[in-house]
Design a protein. Structure first.
Length: 254
């Protein structure tokens, strides 16, 4: 993925990593369209940041995804990058179904079915573009589990393997598949995470991500230095120690 000259749709980007990344990509010379559920929040973002377009979309709702995709492509037929950013994370207790079932279903709908439906809505268009990218968003927790968030961990592991698989299938097209692998970042993904000393400052994370995209335009995974402890534990042979340290030191994981 080139760092500039793209038209990029980022659903689920009205706060946190999504919004910060969108603004930095706009500053690097890209046309950026943000997607979110709340019209008032989208209107404020558009007013505060001239040049940013916005589209109402709920990535947990297949009808909303189809409608949002139509709007994006009608207004931006040169779209060449989809960033499937939206995601939710919840603490669960799997000792009894009341502690996890509703949460698990919501997480899988948003974090797994959401990206799948988004890709389905855009893949044919992206195949028609000469230089297109699908960016998925997994997590360091796809590779080392935080005990408190089983469904989130599983959803991000699914996104990792989905990314690996569709990259192989789309190798005969002009569509690149890039997986962004965040560590814990200071956002509101979990209560208190925005102030967690264990989480990476948001501005630092986005700056490193953009620098990596610029330096490695053909990268398959975007891994900031801080996530490599989780990402490569099994390959290093210290997976058990990584899991133990994660669950002892970091109550907010990501």
């Amino acid at each position: 993925m080139d760092i500039s000259g793209n038209t990029i749709f980022i659903p689920g980007s009205t706060s946190g990593i999504g919004l910060a990344l969108a603004l930095e990509l706009q500053a690097r010379g890209n046309t950026v369209i943000l997607g979110g559920r709340r019209a008032d929040v989208l209107a404020k973002i558009a007013a505060d940041h001239p040049g940013i377009d916005t589209v109402e979309i709920d990535t947990a709702d297949p009808v909303s995804i189809a409608s949002g995709a139509r709007q994006v492509l009608e207004r931006h037929p040169d779209l060449n990058v989809l960033v499937a950013m939206a995601g939710i994370m919840r603490v669960e207790d799997w000792h009894h179904p009341a502690g996890f079932l509703d949460s698990a279903e919501s997480i899988i709908t948003t974090n797994v079915l959401g990206p799948i439906r988004l890709i389905a809505a855009f893949v044919e268009h992206l195949r028609s573009r000469p230089d297109a990218t699908i960016m998925t968003v997994s997590s360091g927790l796809a590779f080392a589990p935080l005990a408190a968030t089983p469904s989130y961990n599983a959803s991000k592991a699914a996104i990792h393997m989905l990314s690996e698989s569709i990259r192989l299938q789309l190798a005969d097209t002009g569509v690149k598949v890039v997986e962004l692998v965040p560590p814990a970042v200071r956002t509101g993904l979990l209560p208190g995470q925005e102030n967690s000393e264990f989480a990476m400052p948001l501005d630092d994370f986005v700056a490193e991500v953009v620098a990596l995209i610029e330096a490695q335009p053909d990268a398959k995974e975007i891994q900031v230095e801080r996530v490599k402890f989780l990402r490569h534990g099994e390959a290093r042979g210290d997976y058990d120690q990584v899991v133990a340290m994660l669950n002892t030191a970091d109550p907010h994981g990501k």
